[in-house]
Write a protein of this length. Structure first.
Length: 461
């Protein structure tokens, strides 16, 4: 019951990642925003998760889990209410950030609970179920919000999320119990600031490339500052007696390989998740509800295959799953490149998205279980914090890169071939994004051959 509550809270929070993807064009029109400005409603949410997730490794060692989760859910509820009442872009963004703060606490606790409560031989199936909450929620965001937008307005997305949070809080009052050991380690504020500034700088630099050239001091200055902060942060963790994130997690090869595979997969699926609604609505001129329905088959793939792959993972090695998943990601990108255009066949788009969802599901679940199971129990909290931080960073980077590539090549094509019109230029920008996804698929395939399931003794201290 406790794991179900955590999964429900995580589902609502991760649904919020992509719930506004289908509404971005509506919001751009209502608030007079460019694509680069509007994407901050998605990127800002992911960036906040990336900043707060590392703190979770300390929070679970400082506070009673029940109290921590109840407060986190209450914060997310407050964020939804602020967004629901938002009269403009700034207040809406503020509400999104506050909601993400609560999600940034609930998500790592879910993974830690799954590892602490269940024995090794059950983890494949359990992590498959957890994978439903983690992968299905952001995938369902555009589909469900498409129906909501057609029937109501974007405000209703937050009203419904708020009602769901109220229900989960009531369940948590009955089901949540303390887990793990409270040791109250020292929190290094300087490390926290370095990691926050580092991820913020890199993601901000990538995001503003949608409206500024790479030569702009604002772009390269943000990227450089972010990378320097992350470098200093990494060095500080090595020399500290009680690091914020224990560097030993990166000394496990299977953890690192699994982490890289997850990053590539998340970048791929969130690139597609943010641009497909734009393509379906602005190029094919479909309604939000119909566009959402077309994305539904891919989401069903997540529901069916996530627990199934978890069950099969208990019997087979991880490598066949991630190799197969990478091949499906490549096939998806190739089909998108073949199909995307003003005269695109809808069935090709649906099949391509199904391939992508199947590929990502085949990669992420085995990669996640392999990576975390390769760690000793003493590093589960650190591993979960690292995994969830990069999970959100990968999504934010993928979202920022998708908007940047789309905007750059759309403007370049329109300037060179104005006779193609804005719709033709937009289609060219979307092609650039799918070339990027194809590259990510090749990198995933190359890495997948190095992943293998850790031996049972790996989990002993």
């Amino acid at each position: 019951m406790m794991l179900s509550v955590l999964m429900a809270g995580t589902f609502i929070g991760l649904f919020g990642e992509t719930a506004l993807n289908m509404a971005l064009t509506n919001l751009m029109s209502e608030f007079t925003l460019s694509a680069g400005q509007a994407q901050w409603l998605v990127t800002g949410y992911l960036l906040t998760l990336a900043v707060f997730v590392p703190v979770s490794a300390f929070l679970v060692r400082w506070f009673n889990t029940r109290t921590l989760i109840l407060n986190a859910l209450a914060v997310s509820l407050a964020g939804c209410l602020i967004a629901a009442f938002a009269p403009g872009f700034t207040v809406l963004l503020l509400g999104r950030v506050i909601q993400a703060v609560g999600t940034g606490v609930v998500l790592p606790v879910l993974l830690s609970a799954a590892l602490l409560i269940f024995p090794v031989y059950q983890r494949g199936m359990v992590m498959g179920m957890v994978g439903i909450a983690i992968t299905l929620a952001p995938a369902l965001g555009p589909t469900l919000s498409g129906f909501i937008l057609t029937a109501f307005s974007w405000h209703a997305i937050f009203w419904l999320s708020a009602l769901a949070y109220v229900a989960v809080i009531l369940l948590a009052l009955k089901a949540m119990a303390p887990i793990g050991e409270i040791t109250r380690p020292r929190i290094d504020i300087f490390s926290l600031l370095l990691s926050s500034a580092g991820f913020s700088g890199v993601i901000y630099g990538l995001a503003i490339m949608a409206e500024h050239s790479l030569n702009s001091p604002q772009v390269w200055g943000s990227l450089l500052a972010g990378l320097i902060c992350l470098g200093v942060f990494a060095r500080r963790q090595v020399v500290m007696k009680t690091p914020m994130i224990h560097p030993d997690v990166f000394r496990q090869p299977m953890f690192v390989i699994g982490l890289l595979l997850m990053i590539l997969s998340m970048m791929s699926v969130l690139c597609a998740a943010i641009i497909l609604p734009i393509f379906l609505k602005d190029v094919l001129m479909l309604s939000a509800a119909l566009a959402g329905v077309l994305l539904l088959p891919g989401n069903i793939i997540n529901v069916i295959f996530s627990p199934l792959i978890g069950l099969l993972y208990n019997r087979f090695d991880a490598r066949p799953f991630v190799v197969t998943g990478s091949l499906f990601m490549l096939a998806s990108a190739a089909l998108f490149l073949f199909s995307v255009g003003e005269s695109a066949q809808i069935r090709h788009i649906v099949v391509a998205f199904m391939f992508l969802c199947l590929g990502v599901t085949c990669v992420i679940m085995p990669a996640q279980t392999t990576a975390l199971s390769a760690l000793p129990a003493s590093l589960y909290a650190d591993g979960s914090a690292v995994w969830n931080t990069f999970y959100q960073v990968a999504g934010a980077v993928g979202t920022a890169m998708a908007i940047t590539l789309m905007s750059f090549y759309r403007e370049k094509t329109y300037a060179a071939f104005p006779e193609h019109g804005e719709t033709g230029a937009l289609a060219a920008g979307l092609h650039a994004v799918f070339w990027f996804i194809l590259l990510l698929g090749f990198l995933s395939l190359a890495l997948s051959f190095f992943l293998r399931k850790p031996h049972p003794h790996t989990n002993t201290e």
